[in-house]
Ligand binder design. Structure first.
Ligand SMILES: [Mn+2]
Length: 319
């Protein structure tokens, strides 16, 4: 952490970056650090493409630029596991002298000149500590984006990687931030088109393996007809996951050129299923992108899921 602070202290022109398809943690950690660096009188740009509109309530949202030709002394890359995942419009990385990587993905490849990676449940938890260490007061302006990232990456403090420290950070932030208000905005609200996507996903949902596998899908035609956007589909895999008895939830998005599948499980290693298709992810959350035709893919994926379920059924009976 001290290396990071001294890098920041000696740089004047700083650019903040995060990953492609930015989520609440990526946007939150970037905007929180932005406000902190502004308080240090630094010149700071945030360059991110495709920022979801649902984060407009965070102060500084309008400062986010989607391109820049400037040269920077320092780039701070947040919440991004490897260099290919960096949201890098106009190849901004080429105009940066030195880079700092701050992240919480264990798979991080440490591609910066300085790297800080730990297994915090959200990058925002690391940024909270960094800002504290820089002796900058955490006010509402910094607190709102931090709470946004903590809530979204932990599913409202529900994921198993949440620790006592996460609650201590949240408790301290709750003195300057209305947590329930932000919860309502980022986790407690879906758009009308998301509601329609959910209806369609529920209609398409089928059970396999004695109800332990849930499978559903949506087509790009559905998405268009419902007036929805592609990133609004990211909540749909949770529908199967929430159903009693389901161990693996599979959700496919069928695009004209490819199919993208999300896999979720609390107990079964779904990454190993994705690996059968040459893809990957985390143990509890993985993804597949393929050009296989839908029927073949569906059959194969349900078969692989069935194998994993049977292994898991067997090992949990042994335990
Ligand atoms: Mn994150």
């Amino acid at each position: 952490m001290n290396n990071i602070i001294s890098e920041i202290q000696k740089s004047n022109n700083i650019v903040l970056l995060c990953h492609r398809n930015p989520d609440g943690d990526a946007i939150g950690s970037t905007l929180a650090l932005y406000h902190a660096l502004i308080k240090l009188d630094k010149e700071v740009d945030i360059i991110i493409n495709d920022v979801p509109e649902r984060f407009t309530f965070i102060e500084g949202y309008n400062q986010i630029k989607n391109s820049s030709n400037k040269e920077y002394n320092l780039g701070v890359i947040l919440d991004t596991a490897n260099i290919d995942r960096v949201n890098n419009p106009g190849n901004i990385l080429e105009n940066i002298e030195r880079t700092i990587v701050i992240d919480h993905h264990i798979s991080n490849t440490k591609y910066g000149d300085v790297n800080y990676v730990d297994e915090s449940p959200a990058c925002c938890q690391i940024i909270y500590n960094l800002i504290k260490d820089m002796n900058i007061e955490i006010d509402n302006q910094i607190g709102v984006p931090l709470v946004t990232g903590l809530l979204t990456d932990t599913g409202g403090f529900a994921h198993s990687n949440v620790t006592d420290e996460t609650f201590l950070v949240a408790a301290s932030l709750s003195k300057v931030v209305n947590v329930s208000d932000i919860y309502k905005k980022v986790l407690g609200t879906i758009t009308k088109s998301q509601f329609k996507l959910k209806q369609k996903t529920m209609d398409n949902l089928e059970f396999y393996e004695n109800g332990q596998v849930a499978f559903s899908y949506i087509t790009s035609k559905d998405i268009e007809q419902l007036g929805a956007t592609y990133d609004e589909c990211d909540i749909l895999v949770n529908i199967g996951r929430e159903i009693e008895g389901v161990e693996i939830s599979i959700f496919a998005r069928i695009y004209p050129e490819e199919i993208r599948v999300s896999l979720r499980s609390s107990n079964v290693d779904v990454c190993s299923i994705a690996q059968v298709f040459g893809c990957g992810g985390h143990i509890n959350a993985a993804g597949i992108t393929t050009s296989m035709d839908f029927d073949t893919l569906k059959e194969k994926i349900i078969k692989e899921a069935g194998k994993k379920i049977n292994e898991w059924n067997f090992s949990s009976r042994q335990a």
